[in-house]
Design a protein around this ligand. Structure first.
Ligand SMILES: *Cc1c(COP(=O)(O)O)cnc(C)c1O
Length: 495
């Protein structure tokens, strides 16, 4: 299986090469040349397997240059031991909803599902290619990716990791999680700006040939752990198969029955993984793309116009505060029948004028696959409170956006097919907003918030968050967006 670029289909890389490089040299994203197909027997064969073996079976379809033994070690290493449940991705029945809880990992957000895996894939890929250079992982984060990547890569041999996050765009807990990060190969820097400033700055570093030459002299190079890396997207495909298998196992679904899925969306990685699962043959119905007030994707998927020239809002779902959804480029590639020139043109338009649009015919094809809804902060909090009132279940804000979008979808279409709502963070990660939703007084101090939420919900504070209290801050201060390169070079000297 070879990987091609969304902007240049003459590029043909092995999986190991695509994972090590992260992003293609001309700015495109790596895509498997053909999407592997599975049948219902394959899906049914997953039902009695533990999660890590499901992961091995699904990922092997894409990683044909990895040995069976290496892939087994990767999946066991990632999913046995570091999650608080035996099944890292359990489906939780709440009232008439099925919630796919993806936040039982070390950093309490769904990013762990991929970032416990990616460093292991990187190590195996280095071995496959006999590559002895140091891989410096460069991350722009809206909050959750940064911490999950730091946890995944800390002290992994042959790698270093540097994370940039928006100084005022992350929650207090998210900031603490990153500022206190342990490990000898890690660097963390807050940037005066929003997530897009961080992401744009990091993208420029990847395109900087002088910087690449300088790193090459030191036998190292930059790579990405953002969801543009195929090695991050791939582990996310697994949990859709796993959830489907569990719903079959519990009798909730019949084998072959269509399942609608609602996903709280930012960079379009999680929902794109579901799209790939569907293209592989998993019986998925509608993909419901849920957005917060930064509803650039709702607009695109309902009108065919992508326009990032709009106000940027800070919301109570910070991990979805994004105006440029990088992974959408992969979907466009499939939408335009794998025509890299059309993708390149759209991305050029987006870069120059901040806008592109697709034809009515393309929009109709989008709408066969996707529905899209958004809600604001107040509606998000209402959704948390209503579900708590009716079932006692406490969910986080991001998950609530997906529940709200699913409710809007049901009302608008009358589609009563079974549905899965993807739950992407522990409520403790956004404890202040969740307490507000539950109409509780919100303590000033973060750890008091955690305690209070534990009391209200009857849930235990996740160990990774409780431990933050004892750790001292290692990384403070901010830089301006134009000084990101300077900050990187300073940190490279230390990791
Ligand atoms: C990253 C994140 C999202 C958005 O996921 P994408 O793959 O970027 O669309 C949603 N919720 C939480 C809690 C996240 O951390």
């Amino acid at each position: 299986m070879k990987y091609i670029s969304t902007r240049d289909t003459s590029i043909r890389y092995t999986a190991s090469q695509a994972i090590l490089q992260g992003i293609s040299a001309e700015g495109g994203l790596f895509i498997p040349e053909t999407i592997p197909q599975v049948d219902l027997d394959f899906i049914s064969s997953l039902c009695n397997l533990p999660y890590h073996q499901r992961a091995q079976k699904v990922m092997a379809l894409y990683l044909d240059d990895f040995s069976e033994q290496d892939l087994k070690a990767c999946t066991q290493g990632a999913y046995l031991g570091s999650f608080e449940k035996d099944n890292p991705a359990p489906v939780q029945k709440v009232g008439d909803l099925s919630l796919l809880e993806l936040w039982h990992g070390p950093t309490c957000a769904f990013k762990d599902m991929a970032l416990q895996m990616l460093p292991r894939l990187v190590s195996a890929a280095r071995k496959n290619l006999g590559d002895h250079r140091k891989a410096v992982v460069l991350v722009a984060t809206s909050g959750d990716t940064g911490k999950a990547a730091l946890e995944g890569f800390k002290d992994v041999e042959g790698t270093g990791i540097v994370v940039f996050y928006p100084a005022n765009g992350v929650s207090q807990i998210q900031r603490l999680q990153m500022a206190t990060q342990q490990g000898g190969n890690v660097g963390v820097q807050a940037v005066e700006g929003n997530f897009d400033d961080c992401q744009t700055g990091v993208k420029q570093l990847f395109a900087d040939e002088r910087l690449a030459a300088r790193l090459a002299e030191e036998n190292s190079y930059l790579t990405s752990a953002n969801s543009i890396n195929w090695g991050r997207l791939l582990p996310q495909i697994v949990y859709y198969f796993s959830a489907y298998a569990d719903l079959i196992g519990s009798g909730e679904l019949q084998l072959g029955e269509k399942l609608n899925v609602s996903v709280p969306t930012g960079n379009f990685g999680n929902i794109l993984a579901c799209y790939y699962a569907k293209r592989m043959g998993l019986p998925i119905g509608k993909l419901i793309c849920a957005s917060n007030r930064n509803d650039v994707l709702t607009q695109f998927l309902t009108t065919g116009v992508y326009n990032r020239n709009r106000a940027f809002h800070l919301t109570n779902t910070p991990s979805m505060d994004i105006l440029i959804s990088s992974n959408l480029e992969r979907f466009l590639f499939h939408l335009f029948d794998e025509d890299a020139r059309v993708v390149s043109y759209c991305m050029y338009r987006l870069n120059e004028g901040g806008e592109y649009s697709v034809t009515d015919e393309a929009l109709a094809r989008i709408q066969e696959e996707f529905a899209a809804y958004s809600c604001d902060d107040a509606q998000t909090l209402d959704t948390i409170r209503q579900l708590h009132d009716s079932t006692g279940y406490v969910m986080d804000t991001h998950t609530a956006v997906a529940v709200n979008a699913y409710q809007q979808y049901r009302r608008a279409t009358g589609d009563t097919a079974k549905a899965l709502v993807v739950s992407t963070a522990s409520p403790f990660k956004f404890a202040d907003s969740v307490l507000e939703a539950l109409q509780q007084e919100v303590p000033q101090e973060e750890f008091a918030c955690l305690k209070k939420l534990a009391a209200c919900s009857g849930l235990a504070i996740p160990s990774g968050l409780a431990a933050l209290r004892q750790l001292s801050v290692r990384f403070d201060g901010t830089v301006r967006p134009q000084d990101i390169e300077h900050a990187l070079i300073r940190m490279l000297g230390r990791i």
